[in-house]
Design a protein around this ligand. Structure first.
Ligand code: TRP
Length: 327
């Protein structure tokens, strides 16, 4: 019996925060540890070329993200972990998919429209064709399950369409994929709790997985708890939800009861939450530091991952080339 294949990745844009962790990485680790799937997880460095970033920063971010995957529990002995550009077949398949995808379908993508509005000085063609590369990432490995956040669902629908357009044109070859959405707690910004936690707003809005305990408490001390009008304050709701994720059940229950009784003290809540998060990621911080201090070890892991992925990728491309008539 072969296991269902899961493919996913993230763009290397700097330290991960607890929103990224609860939204994706934790889920990957759980799927890996269930033993029921074969996973391909990569650092989407080719995708990051659509963003404005210096080459030095990009190089550093790739290493950092790979180290954070592994420090968070992705085990290279169980999961194929690699850097996207190390397997050139991603780009090769993307070109073939370019030639079956209508431009109008790409222009419809919400994320393209958002990014084009934001990056108005750098609306490169890659920003438009980005979901085609994403389709190639997945279908290269005959992936059928793709654990992503809600913001990626439209891209996955496009991946499914691309497989269909290819199959209609050349005959049945690629499988139908499914997004794997799990119940993910919404993690909000510490300073603007009406908005999603995002690093683009500034370091004070997020808690990074790598943040040291004293940084965590300092950031939480500044977290907004005030209510805009009547009803529960979104900032408090966010802190309680984080305590549920990272703290002990009894501690969470205690604060929920206090909140209902109107006796809750936000200072105490912040102290408890800071301690819980610092404790939860203690092992992560240590492993991350060890990997970053030992670049040879990390490089070896990533080379082995690219080698494993490459075997599958080359087999797929060899078939695809025959199917489309370029071999
Ligand atoms: N587009 C995804 C993101 O920004 C990253 C990504 C690239 C991806 N290729 C993928 C995710 C393939 C899942 C599968 O989050």
């Amino acid at each position: 019996m072969t296991k269902p294949i899961i493919v996913s990745g993230m763009q290397p844009t700097g330290n991960l925060h607890i929103g990224n962790y609860l939204g994706a990485l934790k889920n990957w680790v759980d799927l890996q540890n269930s033993g029921q799937y074969q996973l391909y997880l990569f650092v989407a460095d080719l995708h990051s070329l659509t963003l404005t970033m210096t080459p030095e920063t990009r190089r550093e971010n790739v290493r950092l993200l790979a180290a954070e995957y592994i420090a968070a529990g992705i085990d290279p002995a169980k999961t194929t972990v690699f850097v996207q550009s190390h397997v050139p077949e991603h780009s090769e398949l993307a070109w073939i998919f370019n030639c079956v995808t209508p431009v109008s379908e790409l222009e419809r993508m919400t994320q393209f429209k958002d990014k084009a509005a934001r990056e108005d000085k750098n609306i490169n063609a890659g920003l438009l064709t980005y979901p085609i590369l994403q389709a190639a990432d997945i279908l290269l490995y005959h992936g059928t399950l793709v654990p992503v956040g809600q913001d990626q669902v439209q891209h996955l629908e496009l991946t499914r369409d691309i497989a269909r357009w290819f199959n209609n044109k050349f005959g049945d070859y690629f499988p139908t994929i499914k997004p794997l959405l799990t119940k993910i707690p919404k993690v909000m910004s510490l300073l603007e709790p009406a908005k999603k936690m995002s690093k683009s707003k500034g370091a004070g809005h997020i808690i990074a997985l790598a943040d040291e305990p004293e940084i965590i408490i300092n950031k939480l001390k500044k977290a907004v708890t005030a209510s805009a009008g009547g009803g529960q304050a979104p900032g408090v709701e966010n802190l309680l939800s984080l305590l549920q994720q990272f703290g002990a059940t009894e501690t969470h229950q205690k604060f929920i009861k206090a909140e209902q009784a109107g006796t809750i003290r936000y200072g105490d809540l912040k102290q408890e939450l800071a301690a819980a998060i610092a404790h939860y990621f203690a092992d992560f911080r240590q492993k991350r530091q060890d990997l970053l201090a030992n670049p040879k070890k990390l490089e070896k892991i990533l080379m082995a991952g690219a080698q494993q992925a490459g075997v599958v990728a080359r087999a797929t491309m060899s078939e695809v080339k025959k199917i489309v008539g370029i071999r």
